[in-house]
Design a protein. Structure first.
Length: 417
């Protein structure tokens, strides 16, 4: 009877260094004798090579790059243990004067044998796919911003009187067509206008997809908690969830703050202790979403506005907003870990945020519920708002579905008898 791979003792320790067109692969035994001489394997041939050469009893370490997960998915089923090494931390541990492909592999294997590989979390497939979609949205946004900046520079360069209502609205497109530019400048303007229109259409399609995903598992159960928090809407929520992955992997809010790169650096030497600016390590999209959410929160929410005003008295404005972002992230950790409602909002405000979410995901995304029903469904999942059927928010009174109506549609929410 064959033993399961995870119970087979390690015989070979293999390092993989990924390059653009090839992988450098080498293996040693526990005595650091070469059992698989370092060699180059073309990326296009790697799957076939791996199936012929990897086996149970191999431990493999792969250094992180953009394509690491494609390689990981090929390797992991074939071997006993697979680890992904944090590239920057590997360099910190094992920096060397001599840098060759063979030496890089040797350093990776040494860390693997000593069991001191600085590992990164291996995200499951659904997290990777969401991260990829959000990264794609990020790149589209950068391209849109570049084109908009070029169009604004044209207005400044030619000292034009910009129309009311924004340069790039549909109604002002004819304004651009009326301007007299040289052939080349006119051509560039036309191309940038088309880029903005096309890419904003693609970005809108991505936002609709994110809205659809927000009310499907595994995201929906966490979304209902995040959507309560001031400054955090649908897009920010999905960015935050994709970056965090599984909240259970962070045993303390400080670990999550460090992961986001929002923790302050420290210089501690002898009798000198000095706090530095934030580390900016970790996932930059998580840091971006939290800072942007913090600006919204301090503008519209009384609690966070008061916090910001107190901080602004003793530190620069930009440092104060980073401190608010850090506190928001700590709140997120407590809310997601303890599965509790946001404590600085009343039930009406949370209900209004549920209505906003219901509007954003559309009829299809609500999966058969109308907006009023969806809002009450969110409240009941949070364990609040059982008797709430009417709120006054957003400029007027708004109806919330009665609890009995939702329990008839979602009997799983009914308390056990």
């Amino acid at each position: 009877m064959n033993s399961p791979p995870e119970t087979i003792p390690i015989q070979r320790y293999i390092g993989i260094d990924i390059h653009k067109h090839y992988l450098m692969i080498g293996g040693q035994n526990r005595h650091q004798e070469w059992t698989l001489r370092p060699r180059k394997v073309q990326v296009s041939r790697f799957r076939d090579w791996a199936e012929k050469n990897f086996q149970p009893g191999d431990a493999v370490v792969i250094e992180t790059t953009g394509s690491v997960w494609d390689i990981y998915d090929i390797v992991a089923p074939l071997v006993t243990r697979t680890q992904v090494a944090h590239a920057r931390k590997v360099r910190q541990i094992a920096e060397a004067r001599v840098k060759t492909d063979k030496e890089d592999i040797k350093r990776l294997i040494t860390l693997l044998i000593a069991d001191i590989v600085p590992k990164v979390w291996v995200p499951p497939q659904h997290v990777r796919e969401l991260r990829s979609l959000i990264s794609f949205r990020w790149r589209l946004n950068k391209q849109i911003t570049m084109s908009k900046n070029r169009l604004h520079s044209v207005v400044q360069r030619f000292n034009l009187n910009a129309p009311e209502g924004g340069l790039l609205t549909d109604k002002n497109r004819t304004w651009w067509e009326k301007q007299e530019f040289s052939d080349l400048t006119g051509f560039e303007v036309k191309q940038d206008l088309e880029i903005v229109k096309t890419l904003e259409g693609q970005k809108e399609a991505i936002d609709l997809k994110l809205a659809e995903l927000s009310n499907t598992e595994p995201w929906a159960s966490d979304m209902v908690y995040l959507m309560q928090i001031p400054g955090i809407g649908l897009i920010f929520s999905m960015v935050i969830l994709s970056a965090i992955g599984d909240i259970k992997r962070f045993s303390h809010p400080k670990k999550l703050v460090g992961y986001a790169g929002l923790g302050a650096g420290v210089h501690d030497s002898g009798q000198k202790h000095q706090s530095k600016s934030i580390t900016k390590e970790g996932r930059k999209e998580l840091r971006w979403a939290l800072v942007e959410a913090a600006w919204v929160a301090v503008r519209f929410d009384p609690f966070w506005k008061a916090q910001f005003q107190r901080l602004e008295k003793r530190m620069p404005r930009n440092k104060a907003i980073v401190a608010i972002a850090r506190r928001l992230l700590v709140s997120i950790w407590h809310i997601l870990t303890k599965r509790e409602p946001y404590r600085h909002f009343d039930e009406e405000t949370i209900a209004y945020k549920m209505l906003i979410w219901a509007q954003a995901i559309g009829e299809e995304g609500r999966q058969g519920l109308n907006r009023q029903q969806f809002a009450k469904y969110g409240l009941l999942r949070l364990g609040i708002g059982k008797d709430l059927e009417r709120i006054v928010k957003g400029g007027g009174p708004r109806r919330i579905a009665p609890t009995e109506e939702i329990l008839a549609l979602k009997p799983e929410l009914a308390p056990p008898r």
